[in-house]
Design a protein around this ligand. Structure first.
Ligand code: AMP
Length: 283
């Protein structure tokens, strides 16, 4: 695996590779890698000749300074995991490489998605995501982009971003990789004790229950029960929501494709997860 730290170097290398006819798949990450990230690399390997991963903790997508300061960094282990997964290129820039002194933040039209759910609880977050993804796509010019369903709303935002910027990059959404307990793998799990990790699995449990019971049609009651269970276990719940799977607008219409989403903090560590509930009953 070749490691680059400079924008110009990785851009030159990939441009040369493309000239030789190699297809490029890109997997952006913030590091503290786990098997969820590795599953993205594995999928990307199937779809392109060259797989590029980036590790960059993007400051402009953190609305909470403490969350940014405490974001786990495990660089050596990340390199080991990526090497093991036969990732071809790793781009690990410092902040100034991505956001130079004269960088002017662009504003992206992300539509209503920007302000729902995560957007409501993390103001500015999706503009920050859009900025870094657009910037990285400019550098990498990949044929395809691999992202995780774990960050469901982010997937929709990135698709919207590609639309408004007119990029032809193909997006692949990879299913959420989970621990045996059902807990969605996440870099932030590193901040939880063993006991908290066990408790955190309740998020996936309530999501599975929502999925199992959605046909009852009593969505408000299901949401209230799920919220109560999380509260009772000591979570601070930001939201438990059932929404249209494409727009994330709240809905109780069972004919729409539905997704359930949860954001809740345990011991100051904010966790998110989701479960697609039903294929639409009419297409
Ligand atoms: P992050 O490093 O958290 O910014 O995540 C980088 C990419 O990995 C994003 O596309 C995430 O959606 C994806 N990802 C994170 N956790 C998982 C997981 N448990 N399963 C699959 N993909 C994931």
């Amino acid at each position: 695996m070749i490691i680059f730290r400079k924008v110009a170097d990785v851009a030159d290398y990939l441009s040369m590779q493309r000239k030789e006819g190699h297809t490029v798949a890109f997997v952006p990450t913030m590091g503290a890698l786990h098997q969820g990230h590795i599953s993205l690399i594995e999928e990307a390997k199937k779809g392109a000749q060259l797989v590029v991963c980036s590790i960059f903790i993007n400051p402009v997508q953190f609305n909470n300074k403490e969350d940014f300061a405490k974001y786990p960094v495990t660089t050596e282990r990340d390199i080991e995991l990526l090497t093991g997964a036969q990732c071809d290129v790793l781009f690990m820039p410092v902040r100034e490489e991505v956001y130079s002194k004269d960088y002017v933040a662009r504003h992206y039209d992300l539509g209503p998605l920007e302000f729902l759910l995560e957007g409501e609880h993390r103001p500015g977050h999706f503009q920050g995501v859009a900025q870094v993804v657009d910037k990285l796509l400019d550098i990498m010019q990949p044929d395809s982009l691999y992202i995780g369903q774990k960050d469901y709303q982010q997937c929709l935002v990135i698709k919207q971003l590609l639309g408004v910027t007119g990029r032809q990059t193909t997006v692949h959404i990879v299913p959420t990789k989970r621990e045996a307990s059902g807990l969605a793998m996440s870099s932030r799990n590193l901040r939880l004790s063993d006991q908290q990790l066990k408790k955190a699995a309740l998020i996936s449990e309530v999501l599975r229950e929502l999925k199992d019971n959605v046909q009852s049609g009593n969505l408000q009651q299901l949401i209230a029960n799920a919220t109560d269970r999380l509260n009772a276990a000591g979570f601070i719940v930001n939201y438990v929501a059932i929404a249209n799977a494409q727009t994330l607008q709240p809905t109780a219409n069972m004919d729409e494709p539905l997704v359930a989403l949860v954001a809740a903090s345990l011991n100051g560590v904010r966790l998110i997860d989701n479960e697609v509930l039903n294929p639409p009953s009419k297409s």
